[in-house]
Design a protein around this ligand. Structure first.
Ligand SMILES: [Ca+2]
Ligand SMILES: [Ca+2]
Length: 236
Protein backbone atom coordinates (compact mmCIF):
# COMPACT_ATOMS: atom_id res chain seq x y z
CA UNK A 1 0.00 0.00 0.00
CA UNK A 2 1.32 3.44 -0.92
CA UNK A 3 1.14 5.74 2.08
CA UNK A 4 1.05 9.51 1.90
CA UNK A 5 4.38 9.49 3.72
CA UNK A 6 5.90 7.41 0.92
CA UNK A 7 4.50 9.77 -1.69
CA UNK A 8 5.87 12.76 0.23
CA UNK A 9 9.24 11.00 0.38
CA UNK A 10 9.25 10.46 -3.40
CA UNK A 11 8.28 14.06 -4.07
CA UNK A 12 11.01 15.29 -1.71
CA UNK A 13 13.56 13.10 -3.47
CA UNK A 14 12.54 14.49 -6.86
CA UNK A 15 12.75 18.05 -5.58
CA UNK A 16 16.23 17.48 -4.22
CA UNK A 17 17.43 15.81 -7.42
CA UNK A 18 16.01 18.60 -9.57
CA UNK A 19 17.50 21.25 -7.28
CA UNK A 20 20.86 19.49 -7.61
CA UNK A 21 20.56 19.45 -11.41
CA UNK A 22 19.61 23.12 -11.49
CA UNK A 23 22.22 24.32 -9.01
CA UNK A 24 25.27 22.30 -10.09
CA UNK A 25 25.96 23.60 -13.62
CA UNK A 26 25.60 27.30 -12.75
CA UNK A 27 27.68 27.00 -9.57
CA UNK A 28 30.26 25.05 -11.52
CA UNK A 29 30.55 27.55 -14.37
CA UNK A 30 30.66 30.59 -12.03
CA UNK A 31 33.66 29.23 -10.13
CA UNK A 32 35.32 27.60 -13.15
CA UNK A 33 38.59 29.20 -14.25
CA UNK A 34 39.13 28.95 -18.01
CA UNK A 35 42.36 29.80 -19.85
CA UNK A 36 42.66 30.29 -23.63
CA UNK A 37 46.23 30.25 -24.95
CA UNK A 38 45.69 32.52 -27.93
CA UNK A 39 48.89 32.10 -29.92
CA UNK A 40 50.46 35.16 -31.48
CA UNK A 41 47.90 37.65 -30.26
CA UNK A 42 45.64 37.60 -33.32
CA UNK A 43 42.32 38.95 -32.02
CA UNK A 44 40.45 36.49 -34.29
CA UNK A 45 41.01 33.97 -31.52
CA UNK A 46 40.01 36.23 -28.63
CA UNK A 47 37.03 35.16 -26.54
CA UNK A 48 34.87 38.07 -25.38
CA UNK A 49 33.76 37.92 -21.72
CA UNK A 50 30.28 36.78 -22.73
CA UNK A 51 31.53 34.08 -25.15
CA UNK A 52 30.77 30.58 -23.86
CA UNK A 53 33.20 27.79 -24.73
CA UNK A 54 34.62 24.58 -23.30
CA UNK A 55 33.51 21.09 -22.32
CA UNK A 56 32.47 22.80 -19.08
CA UNK A 57 30.46 25.57 -20.79
CA UNK A 58 31.85 28.77 -19.28
CA UNK A 59 32.19 32.46 -20.07
CA UNK A 60 34.88 34.93 -18.96
CA UNK A 61 37.80 33.01 -20.41
CA UNK A 62 41.26 34.35 -19.58
CA UNK A 63 42.83 35.15 -22.95
CA UNK A 64 46.60 34.72 -22.84
CA UNK A 65 48.92 35.80 -25.65
CA UNK A 66 52.61 35.24 -26.34
CA UNK A 67 54.85 32.31 -25.42
CA UNK A 68 55.55 33.06 -21.75
CA UNK A 69 54.31 35.09 -18.83
CA UNK A 70 54.17 35.18 -15.04
CA UNK A 71 51.88 36.58 -12.34
CA UNK A 72 48.85 36.71 -14.65
CA UNK A 73 45.72 37.26 -12.51
CA UNK A 74 42.96 34.79 -13.40
CA UNK A 75 39.27 35.67 -13.31
CA UNK A 76 36.58 33.05 -12.73
CA UNK A 77 33.48 32.24 -14.78
CA UNK A 78 31.56 35.01 -13.03
CA UNK A 79 34.16 37.54 -14.20
CA UNK A 80 35.54 38.14 -10.69
CA UNK A 81 39.19 37.91 -9.71
CA UNK A 82 39.65 34.29 -8.57
CA UNK A 83 42.79 35.08 -6.57
CA UNK A 84 44.69 32.48 -8.61
CA UNK A 85 47.53 33.37 -10.95
CA UNK A 86 49.13 31.83 -14.04
CA UNK A 87 52.71 31.40 -15.19
CA UNK A 88 53.44 29.71 -18.52
CA UNK A 89 56.32 29.04 -20.84
CA UNK A 90 56.64 27.53 -24.32
CA UNK A 91 59.10 27.46 -27.22
CA UNK A 92 56.52 28.69 -29.71
CA UNK A 93 52.84 29.29 -30.35
CA UNK A 94 50.49 29.02 -33.29
CA UNK A 95 47.02 29.31 -34.73
CA UNK A 96 44.97 27.35 -37.24
CA UNK A 97 43.07 29.32 -39.88
CA UNK A 98 39.33 29.68 -39.95
CA UNK A 99 37.77 29.26 -36.49
CA UNK A 100 34.00 29.39 -36.89
CA UNK A 101 32.78 29.52 -33.30
CA UNK A 102 33.85 30.10 -29.72
CA UNK A 103 34.95 26.50 -29.15
CA UNK A 104 37.05 26.64 -32.31
CA UNK A 105 38.58 30.00 -31.35
CA UNK A 106 39.82 28.30 -28.18
CA UNK A 107 40.92 25.07 -29.90
CA UNK A 108 42.50 26.66 -33.01
CA UNK A 109 45.11 28.59 -30.99
CA UNK A 110 47.83 27.19 -28.77
CA UNK A 111 51.31 27.24 -27.27
CA UNK A 112 53.64 24.32 -27.99
CA UNK A 113 57.25 23.03 -28.04
CA UNK A 114 57.89 22.48 -24.37
CA UNK A 115 54.62 24.05 -23.20
CA UNK A 116 54.01 24.15 -19.47
CA UNK A 117 51.64 26.16 -17.30
CA UNK A 118 51.51 26.65 -13.54
CA UNK A 119 48.40 27.85 -11.71
CA UNK A 120 49.05 29.13 -8.17
CA UNK A 121 47.04 30.42 -5.18
CA UNK A 122 43.91 28.48 -6.13
CA UNK A 123 41.09 28.97 -3.66
CA UNK A 124 38.85 26.21 -5.10
CA UNK A 125 38.04 23.52 -2.56
CA UNK A 126 39.85 20.19 -2.95
CA UNK A 127 39.26 18.11 -4.94
CA UNK A 128 38.76 19.83 -8.27
CA UNK A 129 38.99 18.76 -11.93
CA UNK A 130 41.39 20.12 -14.55
CA UNK A 131 40.52 19.91 -18.27
CA UNK A 132 43.53 20.15 -20.60
CA UNK A 133 42.91 20.77 -24.31
CA UNK A 134 45.48 19.67 -26.89
CA UNK A 135 45.34 19.47 -30.70
CA UNK A 136 46.62 21.01 -33.89
CA UNK A 137 46.26 20.32 -37.59
CA UNK A 138 49.43 18.35 -38.26
CA UNK A 139 47.19 15.33 -38.80
CA UNK A 140 49.79 12.80 -37.73
CA UNK A 141 48.24 11.28 -34.60
CA UNK A 142 51.32 12.56 -32.77
CA UNK A 143 51.85 11.19 -29.25
CA UNK A 144 51.42 13.55 -26.34
CA UNK A 145 52.36 12.85 -22.70
CA UNK A 146 50.30 15.23 -20.57
CA UNK A 147 51.33 15.43 -16.92
CA UNK A 148 49.73 17.32 -14.04
CA UNK A 149 51.72 17.66 -10.84
CA UNK A 150 50.89 19.31 -7.51
CA UNK A 151 52.33 18.82 -4.04
CA UNK A 152 49.74 16.06 -3.43
CA UNK A 153 48.85 14.74 -6.91
CA UNK A 154 50.55 13.50 -10.06
CA UNK A 155 49.19 11.78 -13.15
CA UNK A 156 50.21 11.39 -16.79
CA UNK A 157 47.97 10.71 -19.77
CA UNK A 158 49.71 8.88 -22.64
CA UNK A 159 47.49 9.86 -25.55
CA UNK A 160 47.72 11.09 -29.14
CA UNK A 161 46.17 13.89 -31.16
CA UNK A 162 43.06 13.33 -33.24
CA UNK A 163 43.71 13.81 -36.94
CA UNK A 164 42.25 16.62 -39.03
CA UNK A 165 39.73 18.02 -39.75
CA UNK A 166 38.96 19.21 -36.23
CA UNK A 167 36.67 16.53 -34.75
CA UNK A 168 35.28 18.61 -31.85
CA UNK A 169 35.79 17.74 -28.20
CA UNK A 170 37.03 14.14 -27.94
CA UNK A 171 38.19 12.92 -24.54
CA UNK A 172 41.26 10.66 -24.33
CA UNK A 173 41.80 8.41 -21.31
CA UNK A 174 44.91 6.21 -21.36
CA UNK A 175 47.13 6.58 -18.28
CA UNK A 176 49.27 3.46 -18.77
CA UNK A 177 52.67 4.13 -20.32
CA UNK A 178 53.37 2.47 -23.68
CA UNK A 179 54.18 -0.20 -24.75
CA UNK A 180 51.67 -1.72 -22.29
CA UNK A 181 49.22 1.15 -22.53
CA UNK A 182 47.54 1.93 -25.84
CA UNK A 183 47.38 5.62 -26.76
CA UNK A 184 43.86 6.69 -27.60
CA UNK A 185 43.26 9.72 -29.82
CA UNK A 186 41.55 12.83 -28.49
CA UNK A 187 41.51 16.59 -28.14
CA UNK A 188 41.33 16.83 -24.34
CA UNK A 189 41.98 14.96 -21.08
CA UNK A 190 40.49 15.44 -17.61
CA UNK A 191 42.52 15.19 -14.41
CA UNK A 192 39.89 14.32 -11.81
CA UNK A 193 40.18 14.62 -8.04
CA UNK A 194 43.10 17.04 -8.12
CA UNK A 195 44.23 18.48 -4.78
CA UNK A 196 46.59 21.30 -3.89
CA UNK A 197 46.52 25.10 -4.12
CA UNK A 198 48.87 25.10 -7.11
CA UNK A 199 49.68 22.71 -9.94
CA UNK A 200 51.73 22.49 -13.14
CA UNK A 201 50.60 21.03 -16.47
CA UNK A 202 53.23 19.88 -18.97
CA UNK A 203 52.29 18.64 -22.44
CA UNK A 204 55.61 17.01 -23.28
CA UNK A 205 56.39 19.11 -26.35
CA UNK A 206 53.06 19.11 -28.17
CA UNK A 207 50.15 21.57 -28.03
CA UNK A 208 48.48 23.20 -25.05
CA UNK A 209 45.37 24.98 -26.35
CA UNK A 210 43.48 25.74 -23.17
CA UNK A 211 42.81 24.75 -19.55
CA UNK A 212 39.68 24.69 -17.40
CA UNK A 213 39.73 24.27 -13.62
CA UNK A 214 36.35 23.39 -12.17
CA UNK A 215 34.80 22.09 -8.93
CA UNK A 216 34.30 18.30 -8.90
CA UNK A 217 30.71 17.32 -9.78
CA UNK A 218 30.85 15.00 -6.75
CA UNK A 219 31.55 17.94 -4.43
CA UNK A 220 28.45 19.73 -5.71
CA UNK A 221 26.30 16.55 -5.51
CA UNK A 222 27.26 16.23 -1.84
CA UNK A 223 25.25 19.39 -1.18
CA UNK A 224 22.20 17.75 -2.78
CA UNK A 225 22.80 14.50 -0.87
CA UNK A 226 23.05 16.45 2.37
CA UNK A 227 19.64 17.99 1.63
CA UNK A 228 18.22 14.55 0.86
CA UNK A 229 19.49 13.13 4.17
CA UNK A 230 17.84 16.00 6.05
CA UNK A 231 14.52 15.42 4.31
CA UNK A 232 14.61 11.67 4.96
CA UNK A 233 15.31 12.26 8.64
CA UNK A 234 12.43 14.73 8.81
CA UNK A 235 10.03 12.24 7.15
CA UNK A 236 10.75 9.41 9.62
CA1 LIG B 1 43.61 28.41 -27.43
CA1 LIG C 1 50.69 18.54 -32.82
Amino acid sequence: MITSKAILGCVSLLVVIMAGLLVSPSSASASTISINFRGDGDSTYQLAPSDVAGVVPASNWNDVTGTSGTGIALKNGAGSNSGASLAFDAGDNGVIAGPSGNDQKMMFSYIHEGASATVSSLSLADPYDVYVYFWDEDSKNLPEDITLTSSSYTKTFYVKEETTPYPGYVRAYNTVAPPVGTRDAGTYVVFTGVTGSSFTVDTGGEELNGIQITPEPATLSLLALGGLALLRRRNK
